[in-house]
Design a protein around this ligand. Sequence first.
Ligand code: FAD
Length: 310
Amino acid sequence: MNFVQVATWACLECATLYAMAHIAQLLARGRTYSCEFFPPKNEAGWLSLGRTIAELEPLHPDFVSVTYGAGGSTRTRTADLVSWVRRQTPIAPMAHMTCTGHTRAEVRAMLTDYQAEGVENILALGGDPPAHGEPAPEGDYRFSAELVDDLRSFGGFSIGVAAHPELHPRSPDRDSDRHHLAAKLRAADFAITQFFFDIDHYVAMVDDLAALGVTKPIVAGIMPISNLGQVTRMAHMSGAEVPDWVVKAMSKAGDDLDAAERIGIELATELCARLIEAGAPGLHFYTLNRSSATREIFRNLGLNDRLRES
Ligand code: FAD
């Protein structure tokens, strides 16, 4: 059985249930719960993702997003996965799109294809420069705000942008970070944050933006930790901090992988509960293409029934 067969079997009955898909409208209706996937590199990865989507689908995520390799390295795979979600499940998909290294004509071609597929949500991103001092690829864009403007002119898409509660690693200072974030969010519909573990960073960012007159929804990105080393490396690259109390809690698991996953789920559940209490308009789970932690957190938060009724 291949990916398409596994997933089609899992979602056969949902294909006809697809309805409203603009994330801005979903956020206007109430708090959203959503998941992020990356397009797998090989058949085993696709099969495993098919199972993951089948296991998450009963939780009725409001939308799922699919990452994009900077410079277009996953262009086809991202588009394939986004289109598959759109055609085969009732869940609204959102395509990530990084702009640096792309021409305006390439972006227009991708948007035309997505529109033809009925995809209505794009996360407009800058993208990272190549590692190891390689030259930056040529292209028409420097910053994500330019992609947001092009998306707006193209029309028809609900537009999200990235937000970094602990500041973007290339921002020279807090004022500049918040100024550029406020500017792009004014033109977009909503933001999704980089993951963070201390709610104070999220609350401070929302307050900073409100002080600049921007109150668009800022969906909180949630990373349940199962592998502290892996998450610490990701945090380091994205300008996030793994606080000492998180390291201490995770260290209690020692080499026990199940215990590590359990502790990571407890920490993420607590953060989600506090975010809900603080009024976060949405929770977006970085699943790393696995379902167990997200399912467990939904259960812990008592969300299964509520989502089933929606
Ligand atoms: P930008 O908004 O362009 O900002 C980048 C930096 O430039 C910031 O420091 C900003 O303050 C500064 N800046 C912005 N405008 C100006 C200006 N006019 N003048 C001077 N400075 C300016 N990466 C991927 O490759 N693929 C993905 O799928 C992906 N998904 C992501 C999803 C989320 C939710 C998040 C939070 C990040 C994601 N990333 C992804 C990472 C993202 O591409 C990187 O963080 C990238 O370095 C910056 O993206 P951005 O959209 O914040 O860029």
